[in-house]
Design a protein. Structure first.
Length: 387
């Protein structure tokens, strides 16, 4: 397979939308899933959509079409923390966006400022979350550079979309977000119906599904669960811990589990089994410990499946529970609070049918796509008015 970057002339004639981001499918994260669902949803509505991304896995093709979305991948020279170094990515993104009606930048992204600089095509920047890195001189420098790049991109954007104003107001990027802010929640496709095949007993079954990384706070969830005295209770932890940008926290989680044989480390749960996973749960958890994520799509998907959620009281992450009332919010990094909340939800379970209905009303894919199309049209109008 050629190592040369794909030429953007495959989109001759221009696209309605070109989405630029560092990681795209098959990589799995809240950011990439939101970008994928919007791209595929708009393509299904008849829009010409292209994604420009990095070839983070050398086994992936440079060009392909995924569910109606054409994907171009730029070769990667090396990895740097959670990011990748790809000199061709900026060139490819700029060349492709210049031929499109609208460009969509998925932030945070190191290259965002370089892509946006001098761009004539109207831009919509979606700011997902602040970059959070461990302490250290190199990481601090990297964060400052990424922040400066994102600010530059947002200043050149007609619209800056965020998933919740709650998160945006607490972001260190608020001054750059506020002038052009629009709130659009992430599209949350419901999981397929499933059977409780992961259920082992009649005891309380608690679940987590996501990347096994430090910021998810899984060690606090494990400790909170371990304080439950019920021998029939189970904690099901699903998620990849072998291919995670920036490294996984699996060893810390294993240390917290210790010898508790009620806890299952399930690894990656395939898409066809997601419905079974949710059908096996009494409570879904998102115990995040910092403001790395601005919403937590996975908890909304759990609600759509009729599973109440226990989430951390941090900006953005607390919004799905606050908006629907379908679950409980606890202080972050507080194992005791998790224990007490799980016991309360077991003693007085929320109404699953009513909770699912409220979640459908709040997070339907159709409503989110309608809102995003309004932003695209607004960006084009803004560009026309500025001329």
């Amino acid at each position: 397979m050629s190592s040369e970057a794909p030429r953007p002339d495959v989109c001759r004639g221009g696209d309605d939308l070109v989405v630029a981001l560092t990681y795209y499918a098959p990589y799995v994260s809240g950011l990439t899933n939101m970008a994928r669902d919007i791209a595929e949803g708009l393509a299904a509505r008849g829009r010409r959509v292209m994604v420009v991304t990095s070839r983070f896995d050398p086994s992936l093709p440079l060009k392909e079409e995924i569910n109606g979305v054409r994907v171009l991948r730029a070769p990667v020279l090396l990895r740097l923390g959670r990011g990748v170094v790809s000199p061709e990515f900026v060139r490819l993104a700029r060349a492709t966006i210049e031929r499109a009606k609208v460009g969509a930048l998925q932030l945070p992204m190191l290259e965002a400022g370089a892509i946006a600089a001098g761009m004539h095509t109207p831009l919509v920047s979606t700011y997902h979350c602040d970059v959070t890195l461990p302490p250290g001189l190199v990481n601090t420098a990297q964060r400052l550079v990424v922040d400066a790049s994102n600010r530059a991109a947002m200043r050149r954007s007609a619209v800056v979309a965020v998933t919740s104003e709650d998160y945006a107001r607490h972001s260190r990027m608020w001054s750059a977000i506020e002038p052009s802010m629009a709130v659009v929640p992430p599209p949350c496709p419901p999981s397929p119906p499933g059977r409780p095949t992961y259920r082992e007993t009649d005891g309380l079954h608690v679940g987590f599904l996501g990347r096994i990384v430090r910021e998810k706070g899984l060690e606090y969830l494990v400790r909170g669960f371990r304080a439950l005295p019920d021998p029939d209770a189970r904690l099901l932890i699903g998620g990849d811990f072998t291919h995670v940008a920036g490294g996984s926290a699996i060893e810390q989680v294993r240390a917290a589990i210790g010898d508790d044989d009620r806890i299952r480390l399930m690894g990656f749960v395939p898409e066809e089994r997601i419905g079974d996973f949710y059908a096996s749960l009494d409570v879904f958890t998102l115990p995040s410990v910092n403001a790395f994520e601005a919403f937590g799509i996975v908890q909304a998907v759990a609600m759509l499946a009729g599973v109440p959620v226990l989430s951390s009281d941090i900006p953005g992450v607390r919004q799905p529970v606050a908006q629907t009332g379908f679950g409980r919010v606890v202080p972050h990094a507080d194992a005791g609070a998790i224990t007490r909340a799980l016991q309360a939800m077991q003693a007085d379970p929320p109404d699953r049918e009513a909770g699912a209905a409220r979640a459908h009303e709040a997070f339907s894919v159709a409503a989110v796509l309608d809102g995003y199309e309004v932003l695209l049209d607004k960006a084009v109008h803004h560009q026309g008015s500025a001329k």
